[in-house]
Design a protein around this ligand. Structure first.
Ligand code: ATP
Length: 368
């Protein structure tokens, strides 16, 4: 069983500029065969976590277990884990075949025939059979990426680690390789951790997404969970493009059970159901609503609408991204392409209560 468990894993770097807690008490259970994607802003600890799992970085505190066995002290080559780097890290003087075979020659006592069989099987899977006798320098970025992945596959490891493997490819090839990697994962079913900056990549590839910020875990969930039920304002802001709109509001209870969320230039009536969920909440709230959940609708009921001025209309094909000014703050709306208001026009925006997220203004925790 290649279940991977991280138990309060911590990494502290001490250098001349001081102490940096790169990863803090990270708890995570990854199931056998699961494809987990790490996302988060630059410096949040994604690569450091991956490097601790691979053994390239020591662990300051906590425990990493593979198949139930502690691996903290195992050297990288003794861990049944293969890593694919952003830079591919191919040996320039070896052929593709040589690159793919090298790890097996070093770390196993398989005979040449078996090594060759595995290399050819992985080459077939990656569609690079024709490249086996070439050197890396004569390959395109996409081909090098395939070789690097093929080299990891031949090892038949318990766990695959990918550190931004597609970031050096152009957008079209990246999308193609994304599908390829997903296909390979479904064929080989190896437990995988995949690090990316690209949230579309994360949303389309992941069984579960792990969102990190400042070395701390923010949420683990399926792509739908993190999109529809973000734990906190950070996750709500990070997932989704264009990102969620946020407005500072207070709840004005009307005595009959329902209430109104009131802020600068905002007044939005909410039901008793939503107010009931806020009984113990502080009065300073943040209302969140996604651009795709907002409609421009002239006849919308005034108690559920907001007025804003159009700054920019960005045409992206099937949809328009509309950037508006709401009391000096940018507000983003995504509409079907036929809705194209004029710049400087004042429009009425509305959204349904079921699409409203509310956060505690102080802690950022999701309340509704
Ligand atoms: P990116 O997306 O930019 O690659 P990341 O999420 O992978 O970022 P890490 O590379 O894991 O982030 O870095 C986490 C934190 O640890 C950062 O503050 C970084 O500066 C720090 N850090 C990483 N490696 C070292 C090191 N060898 N020495 C000191 N600090 C380090």
């Amino acid at each position: 069983m290649a279940q991977l468990e991280l138990d309060k894993v911590t990494k502290v770097f001490d250098d001349s500029s001081g102490t940096i807690v790169a990863v803090e008490e990270l708890d995570l259970d990854i199931d056998d065969g699961e494809f987990v994607v790490f996302v988060g802003p630059s410096g949040c600890g994604k690569s450091t976590t991956l490097r601790m799992v691979s053994g390239l970085e020591t662990i300051t505190d906590g425990e990493i277990r593979l198949g139930g066995e502690r691996i903290n002290e195992q050297s990288p080559k003794d861990r049944d884990i293969a890593m694919v780097f952003q830079s591919y890290a191919l040996y320039p003087h070896k052929t593709v075949r040589g690159n793919m075979a090298y790890g097996l020659q070093l770390s196993t006592d398989l005979d040449d025939q078996e090594i060759n069989r595995r290399v050819e099987e992985a080459a077939d899977m990656m569609g690079i059979e024709d490249l086996l006798d070439k050197k890396p320098a004569s390959l395109s970025g996409g081909q090098q990426q395939r070789v690097a992945t093929g080299r990891a596959i031949v090892r038949e490891p318990a766990v695959f680690l990918f550190d931004e493997p597609l970031s050096n490819l152009d957008a079209k090839l990246r999308k193609h390789m994304r599908t390829e990697l997903a296909r390979i994962h479904s064929e080989v079913g190896i437990t995988t951790i995949y690090v990316t900056h690209d949230q579309e990549e994360a949303m389309t590839m992941a069984d579960r997404i792990v969102i990190l910020n400042d070395g701390r875990l923010q949420q683990v969930g399926t792509p739908k969970e993190v999109y529809y039920e973000p734990n906190n304002r950070f996750v709500a802001d990070f997932i989704g493009s264009p990102s969620m709109n946020f407005l500072d509001v207070k709840l004005d209870r009307d005595g009959t059970g329902s209430g109104t969320l009131v802020g600068d230039e905002v007044s939005y009536k909410v039901s008793d159901g939503m107010v009931g969920n806020l009984d113990d909440a502080s009065s300073d709230l943040v209302l969140g609503v996604r651009p795709e959940n907002i409609r421009i609708e002239a006849g919308a009921p005034p108690e559920k609408s907001i007025e804003a001025t159009v700054d920019v209309v960005e045409v992206i094909g099937s949809d328009n991204f509309i950037y508006l000014d709401l009391a000096g703050q940018e507000f983003r709306v995504r509409t079907p392409s036929e809705i194209e208001p004029e710049e400087d026009e004042t429009v009425t925006l509305t959204f349904d209560e079921e699409n409203v997220h509310l956060f505690d203004a102080r802690t950022g925790d999701a309340l509704v």
